[in-house]
Design a binder for this molecule. Structure first.
Ligand code: CA
Length: 133
């Protein structure tokens, strides 16, 4: 994939987040984040979530949370055991992937094309300058 427009990076206690404005489906967002960073965004707590929103804003974007394995349980893409949640009241419904919008989580059809947020952990260098435009 050759995606356009990598935005700024925010440092947080746990994760450094990167927002990618190009809309893709959840699986391709995960692939992109794993190739260039650590994974799709994971948020461990409210502080982390606040940092994510500072980077990615109040629009709609995928994070690394899904229940495609089929047992109905949402799991983090990076296997994080975080129990932090930020569901919009009324969510989740019956869809399998999760996006943030206006700061809250919504379940959404994984095939929808949406912007997304990645994170990279300590010890990993930001590869921002290597992104081709
Ligand atoms: Ca939904």
């Amino acid at each position: 994939m050759n995606l356009f427009a990598l935005m700024h990076v925010t440092l947080s206690q746990h994760h450094k987040f990167v927002y990618v404005s190009s809309p893709v489906n959840w699986t391709n967002a995960q692939k992109y984040c794993r190739q260039r960073y650590s994974d799709l965004a994971t948020t461990d707590d409210q502080t982390d979530h606040g940092e994510l929103l500072k980077t990615a804003g109040m629009g709609k974007f995928w994070i690394g949370l899904d229940r495609t394995r089929g047992d109905g349980v949402f799991v983090w893409s990076d296997q994080s055991s975080s129990s932090f949640t930020r569901w919009k009241p009324g969510q989740p419904q019956n869809q399998l992937c999760v996006n943030v919008e206006v700061g809250y989580w919504f379940d959404r059809n994984c095939e929808d094309n949406v912007a997304f947020a990645c994170y990279f952990g300590d010890g990993l260098q930001c590869k921002c300058r290597n992104i081709s435009r």
